[in-house]
Design a protein around this ligand. Structure first.
Ligand code: B12
Length: 477
């Protein structure tokens, strides 16, 4: 928009739009380009490509652009299989998307654009990657595209937004591919981000912010500066953030500042209660730090959400029992049990490439379904084990009693709200698992050759001439 293009946002997911309605909306705006992506990148892939195919069929002249984590690492294969996709933006999209639009507008060849993949006569072409953006502040978030802020709410706290302070992560956990996606840790100006949050709160009534950062605490002085800026503004905004347990322990002396800044919900990537497994997955944390982080957060009245991943090791009733006991001992406020998901670009996927995949439907690669088979336990036992951990940790008598005993009215209200909300989700998941059936068939899905963000243009391939030469391109996210 700042570059002079007309842009509209169609949040098809939030509005639960059917493809035929999306087509109608596209027809109404009549864009030159439709761009799409999704936060749940892998599980959203099937529906994204179905939608793009329908758009392309209805409007063959519209250029379709697809971006996000999954298409970044599967660009070649997607272009070979999905005719609905014209261009894939690989890696972070802000600068590349702008470059792409300007290149098309000026009639220059697509191979001039760094960080994309597109179809040419000899097959897909991947241009060299674009270096990571160093000045993130140069690409402001398009808040003005949001039509109705009431559409976005979270944790019973009112209007909500997702924002980002930093990108990337210096750690190398084997099951996470995000470090490879963002490539290096960078951060925005703490003052500017705090100003933006103040603006969101005062002008749009936002009261809840989920920080999209992988590891915002990477540099303590920078992180402290951001917290100080937020605390000084004294906003009634609460934050949800993912933070590693070693950093919580490191920040024991400034946790009061976390609280003052509004950091109210912290997702702790505990992943496993077994020290050996933590070592295997290169987590770089210890069980002692996990326990201490939960204790410190409770002491400061900050909610901890403990993430536990099933399938990082060979599971058995014994490992489930140990996880259940240990997680109850950590005594975090909530536990989120997820299933390990072998994204092809991760070290974990390469390590487990010979293990059968139970779930070939990418739509279910959402951390809520078991993907990899377990030698000792059938899928229904793994499902039961995961649900058993959640039920025990949340509904044991001591836990319920501690909610009732919580003195602070805000904390008690939130704990009760989350208890009922997560109970509803819990039963819904059991119902859905029963209704859609557990994965039965096993198939070994070949892990594609390791994709890299540093691919090069294939020489000698002819480019299709681009017809579109519109003076002002309209794009449609
Ligand atoms: C906030 C968040 C959420 C929010 C989303 C709120 C919302 N609607 O915005 C909530 C909590 C709802 C959520 C849910 C889920 N999420 Co989520 N989520 C995140 C998180 C923490 C931040 C996303 C974000 O805003 N990033 C910041 C933006 C700037 O980055 P981005 O989205 O990747 O976009 C950039 C590029 O990818 C690219 N790009 C992306 N799309 C497009 C499109 C075009 C056209 C272009 C040009 C470029 C482009 O350009 C962008 C700017 O640089 C990420 C981790 C992370 N730090 O990214 C996980 C993450 C995206 N989530 C993930 C997953 C799996 C899920 C769930 C399936 C989990 C679950 N079971 O609930 C669900 C799916 C939701 C669904 N409905 O399907 C995974 C995706 C893994 C994968 N590779 O597939 C991630 C990466 C977490 C992880 N480490 O594994 N999520």
């Amino acid at each position: 928009m700042d570059a002079g293009h007309e842009v509209r946002l169609l949040d098809a997911e939030r509005r639960h739009l059917q493809i035929k309605t999306i087509i109608k909306e596209v027809g109404r705006f009549s864009p030159d380009m439709v761009m799409t992506g999704h936060a749940g990148s892998t599980p959203a892939h099937p529906i994204c490509v179905r939608m793009l195919k329908a758009i392309k069929q209805a409007f063959p002249g519209v250029k379709t652009v697809y971006g996000g984590v999954y298409p970044t690492f599967h660009a070649e294969e997607i272009l070979q299989q999905e005719e609905g996709v014209d261009v894939i933006v690989r890696g972070e999209g802000e600068a590349v998307a702008l470059d792409l639009v300007q290149t098309i507008e000026s009639g220059k060849p697509l191979r001039d654009v760094l960080g994309i993949a597109f179809r040419a006569e000899g097959g897909p072409i991947l241009t060299p990657s674009r270096p990571p953006i160093q000045n993130l502040d140069a690409f402001p978030i398009g808040w003005e595209l949001i039509q109705n802020w009431d559409d976005y709410q979270c944790f019973g706290m009112g209007r909500a937004a997702v924002s980002q302070f930093s990108r990337g992560c210096p750690h190398a956990c084997t099951f996470c591919g995000q470090q490879e996606f963002w490539r290096e840790w960078r951060y925005r100006d703490p003052v500017k981000v705090a100003d933006e949050i103040e603006w969101l709160h005062r002008t749009q009534g936002v009261r809840f912010i989920s920080l999209a950062d992988e590891n915002p605490t990477t540099d303590k002085p920078v992180w402290r500066h951001f917290l100080e800026e937020l605390a000084a503004r004294d906003l009634s905004v609460h934050f949800f953030i993912s933070i590693r347990t070693p950093d919580i322990v490191r920040d024991a002396d400034i946790l009061h500042l976390y609280k003052k800044a509004g950091i109210q919900y912290i997702l702790l990537g505990v992943e496993s209660v077994d020290q050996e497994v933590l070592k295997d997955i290169k987590k770089g944390s210890t069980t002692r730090q996990d326990l201490e982080a939960c204790r410190l957060l409770k002491q400061h009245g900050i909610f901890s959400i403990v993430a536990h991943v099933v399938g990082l090791q060979e599971e058995s009733w014994k490992t489930f029992h140990m996880a259940m006991k240990q997680l109850a001992y950590y005594n975090g406020d909530f536990v989120n049990v997820t299933h390990v998901t072998p994204h092809s670009w991760t070290e974990f996927a390469r390590q487990t490439k010979d293990r059968p995949i139970l779930q070939p439907d990418l739509g279910k690669w959402d951390y809520r379904h078991q993907i990899l088979s377990q030698p000792k336990l059938s899928p229904w036992k793994v499902f039961l084990g995961a649900k058993w951990i959640e039920a025990f940790v949340h509904a044991r008598p001591g836990k319920l009693w501690s909610i009732l005993r919580t003195q602070d009215p805000f904390l008690r209200r939130q704990l009760t709200w989350c208890f009922f909300h997560t109970t509803a989700v819990y039963w819904a998941e059991i119902f859905l698992w029963k209704a859609t059936g557990s994965p039965q068939k096993t198939a070994t899905i070949p892990i594609p050759k390791r994709p890299s963000l540093k691919s090069h243009v294939r020489l000698g391939q002819r480019l299709k001439k681009l017809a579109s030469n519109a003076p002002m391109l309209k794009s449609f996210f």
